[in-house]
Design a protein around this ligand. Sequence first.
Ligand code: ADP
Ligand code: MG
Length: 256
Amino acid sequence: MPQSNDSILQAINLSKSFGGLKAVHQASIDVKNHSITGLIGPNGAGKSTLFNLLSNFLTADEGQVLFEGNPVQNLPPHQIARLGFLRTFQVARVLSRLTVLENMLLGTQNQIGEHLFSVLLQPKKIRKQERESKEKAMNILESVGLAEKAYDYAGALSGGQRKLLEMARTLMTNPKLILLDEPAAGVNPTLINQICEHILSWNQQGISFLIIEHNMDVIMSLCSHVWVLAEGTNLADGTPEEIQNNEQVLSAYLGE
Ligand SMILES: Nc1ncnc2c1ncn2[C@@H]1O[C@H](COP(=O)(O)OP(=O)(O)O)[C@@H](O)[C@H]1O
Ligand SMILES: [Mg+2]
């Protein structure tokens, strides 16, 4: 299998069945380094399942996933995250009974404080690291406009703000690639615009994105390349303009 160095993520012939249903069938995808890449398709096309396979929240029946050229499908999701490969969920997974700041700090893994050995021998170092994590979290919250909500329960946030918090949390782990599952769904237009601006600015800082989204304005304004999934398998890929004018893609959506 030839591997191009300019891809941050390559998935080759991924399949996943649920009982008799082939939710994803020999689907392949390629995300170029530093790109914002789109993943679209009708409801039930298998997009979220593909995300779960890419990040190993679900084990693939077959196929291969390469992150920066290295196979990752045998690593648990938290180890994949430590490599700089993060994802969000279609329904944001934030903990309602924790504060916004506490939710951010959940993203700081692999701290020395996790190890009893360090707790006993290096308390100062741990306090310093905790202080730095908190400072980093507050800076990120500031940059996305959630700083004044830092001590509110995450459960008190709007649906859109919860999505924003989930995205902000991925930044705690020094991401190289972030998969976003419908970042604009159920979000008001003003916040959608803000989210798009954040994505562009994070991308300019070097982070690559793969984005599932039904809002075509979002896809058109952000993505340089778009992959289309239908009935669990590849239907087309190309520039947003090519995809918009692709007859097969149009008819796949008409069937919805
Ligand atoms: N955990 C699951 N168990 C059984 N069927 C599932 C499961 N997850 C998804 N599916 C089915 O797989 C298909 C693809 O779903 P999904 O990946 O959520 O599509 P999309 O995100 O493109 O709307 C659908 O028919 C869905 O009902
Ligand atoms: Mg989905």
